[in-house]
Design a protein around this ligand. Sequence first.
Ligand code: 5RP
Length: 213
Amino acid sequence: MTKPNLQVALDNNTLASALADVREVGPIVDIVEAGTILILQEGDQAVKALRALFPNKTVIADTKCADAGGTVAKNMADAGADWMTCICSATIPTMKAAAKEIGEIQVELYGNWTKEDAQSWLDAGISQAIYHQSRDALLSGGSWGEKDLNKVKTLVDMGFRVSVTGGLKPEVLPLFKGVNVYTFIAGRAITQAADPAAAAQQFQDEIVRIWGK
Ligand code: 5RP
């Protein structure tokens, strides 16, 4: 079993604040993400700044793209992103157009999607999915549990590289023990911690404890 990556999601309202956070935690995490909130506020400048700071790390643009996949992907690739996200309700042509421009996209799973939908993404050559508990669902009382574990396992068994995200804290990670999770994506638990570097290290330590080095 491969050790899952740790990705920090920068959902800051300003680039200055995102850069202050990522200067502290960037060296500890495996992947850096310009979050949806940051991209909506600051546009491709956020991606450009992350690429400049971390020339050798994977940089993700969390665009949650729903349409105009080719144009959005070209803009994100030009800014330096390796991958971008498309919302699962986007059409296959949107996803394919995006993948053609940027190389690889991740399907961000929200709301209702079926195993048949997932197979159609695989058939289109898309092999990354992000299993997401929305922050609004969590704020309305949702929590991580067996239902999530089963969906993640199904996607892994189908052949996806699966990232898991949404209000993650280190104590949620044991739920996924024994599952080949590709990446855990954490935002607020790192960036809003009193000591973001220590919080990122705590995630990494827990990943190593559960999955090994
Ligand atoms: C919100 C996102 C977030 O980037 C992702 O959920 C991680 O953030 P947090 O750990 O703060 O929930 O995609 O749409």
